[in-house]
Ligand binder design. Structure first.
Ligand code: GAR
Length: 192
C-alpha cells in the first residue's frame, strides 16, 4: 500500500521538489503519493513549484495566529487527507503538542545539522561560524521539543575546502536532496 503523504513547507521548497521528482519517476514512485503540499506562508515559492508538478496545494497563514489555534485549524484542514505521514521540508514553525499527538512518530523533518549538538534555525551558519571540518544532516521524527525527536538517519557532510557559507549551503542541500528521499523510502517501506 502506497503511503499518503502531506509535504509541509514555509519557503523555497527545494527539498520538497526533490521529493516530488522522486515520487513522479524515481525511488519513491512505488512507495508514496503526495496528496497535498501545505504552507503556512502564502508567499512560499515552493507552492508555485508544487503546482507546476500538478500537486494540490493549500495555505493557512500562521502569522498573527496563536500557535495552538493555528495548529488546530491546520489539523482540521488536514484530517480529510488521511495522511499516513507529514513530511516537513523547510517548515519553519514549531508544532504544538496537540499537533504532535495527532501524528505520533508520523511527522518527519530534515535538519541541516546534528540535532544532538545544534537545534533551531541556521544549521549551516552555525557550522560555518564554528569552522567545523564536518557536520551532519539529520532526518528525524518530530516530537514536542525543538529538534529533539528520535533520529532516523544522519549523514556526514565534509566541510574541508568549503570556504564560504554559500558553498556549505550548496553542498549541504545537494546531500539533503539525495538523502531525504532515500530515508523516506526506508521509512515508508517500514525498513527503519
Ligand atoms: C533546508 O536546509 C532544511 O534542512 C532547513 O531549511 C532549508 C529549507 O530549504 N530546515 C531547517 O532548518 C529546519 N529547522 P528548502 O525550502 O529549499 O527545502
Amino acid at each position: 500500500m502506497k503511503k499518503r503523504v502531506v509535504l509541509i513547507i514555509s519557503g523555497r521548497g527545494s527539498n520538497m521538489e526533490a521529493i516530488l521528482r522522486q515520487t513522479r519517476n524515481g525511488i519513491l514512485r512505488d512507495v508514496c503519493n503526495i496528496v497535498l503540499v501545505f504552507s503556512n506562508r502564502p508567499d512560499a515559492k515552493g507552492l508555485v513549484v508544487a503546482q507546476s508538478y500538478g500537486i494540490e496545494t493549500a495555505c493557512i497563514v500562521s502569522k498573527g495566529n496563536k500557535r495552538e489555534v493555528f495548529d488546530r485549524e491546520v489539523l482540521d484542514f488536514l484530517a480529510p487527507y488521511h495522511a499516513d505521514y507529514l513530511v516537513l521540508a523547510g517548515y519553519m514553525r514549531l508544532m504544538s503538542p496537540v499537533f504532535i499527538r495527532a501524528y505520533p512518530q508520523r511527522i518527519i523533518n530534515i535538519h541541516p545539522a546534528d540535532t544532538r549538538v545544534f537545534q533551531g534555525v541556521g544549521g549551516y551558519t552555525w557550522a560555518f561560524e564554528q569552522k567545523l571540518k564536518k557536520t551532519y544532516i539529520t532526518v528525524h521524527y518530530v516530537d514536542e521539543g525543538i529538534d529533539t525527536g528520535d533520529i532516523i538517519e544522519q549523514r556526514e557532510l565534509n566541510l574541508r575546502g568549503l570556504t564560504t557559507l554559500k558553498e556549505i549551503e550548496k553542498q549541504g542541500l545537494t546531500l539533503e536532496h539525495k538523502m531525504y528521499s532515500e530515508v523516506l523510502k526506508k521509512v515508508f517501506e517500514n525498513k527503519k
